[in-house]
Design a protein around this ligand. Sequence first.
Ligand SMILES: C[S@@+](CC[C@H](N)C(=O)[O-])C[C@H]1O[C@@H](n2cnc3c(N)ncnc32)[C@H](O)[C@@H]1O
Length: 209
Amino acid sequence: MADGHYVANVNSHYSRGNIETAVLDMLTSMGKESGVLTPEELAPIDQFHIGGRDATLALAERAGITASMRILDVGGGLGGPARTLAATYGCTVTVLDLTEAYCQVGAMLTARTGLSDLVTFDNGNALAMPYASGAFDLVWTQHSSMNIEDKGKLYAEIARVTKPKGRLAIQSNIRCPGRATPRSAFYGLQHRFENCSRCLVTGKLFGTT
Ligand SMILES: C[S@@+](CC[C@H](N)C(=O)[O-])C[C@H]1O[C@@H](n2cnc3c(N)ncnc32)[C@H](O)[C@@H]1O
C-alpha cells in the first residue's frame, strides 16, 4: 500500500468525527470545561488500551522508569500514558502518532495539565521515525504495535532509535499457545540490538499477565 493511502487510512480510522469537539464535550460533562486538569481526571478518556491507567502504571513499574529517562511513546494516541509517566516519574516523553488530530488534541490536554515541558507530540509514522539513532532510553508502546502490519520495519525503527542497552516496554494483544483468542500482555524486553538491525526476539521477558 502506498504510504499516502496508509497514512490516510489510519487517520480516518482513528479520527472519525471531530475528536476535539468530542473531548471537549466529555470534559464539559465532567464539569472540567476550563482550568487545570490532572492525568487521573483524564484517565477515562485518554487511555486507549485494555486496563486503562492501571495497566499504564503497572507497565511503568516493570519498565523501571526514572526521572532522567527520555522516553518515546510509539502510537501514543491522545497522550494519556505519556502524561501519566511524566507526572509520576518526572521523565521526558515524546509521543509519536500518525493521527494528526490526536497529536493536536493531545497537546491541548497536555497544556491543561501543565506538563508541556515534559510531554511533546510529533505527528509521524512509526515505520519511518523522525529521530536520530539512539535518541531514547526507553521505547514504550501500548496497543499500537498490534495495529501496524509491517512488524519488521516497526521493530527495526524501534531498535534504531533506542540507545544501546535501552529498553522496550510493550502492552499488546498476543495469541498464546492453547488459547483461542488473543490476550493482553505486558512485555519488557531489555534488547540487545547492538549487532542486530531488525530482530527484537532476544531479550529478557520481565512480566506477563
Ligand atoms: C489503540 S490506539 C492506542 C493509543 C495509546 N497508545 C494509548 O494506549 O492510549 C493506537 C494508536 O496507534 C496509532 N498508530 C497506528 N499506526 C501508526 C503508525 N504507523 N505510526 C504511528 N502511530 C500509529 C493510532 O493513530 C492510534 O493513536
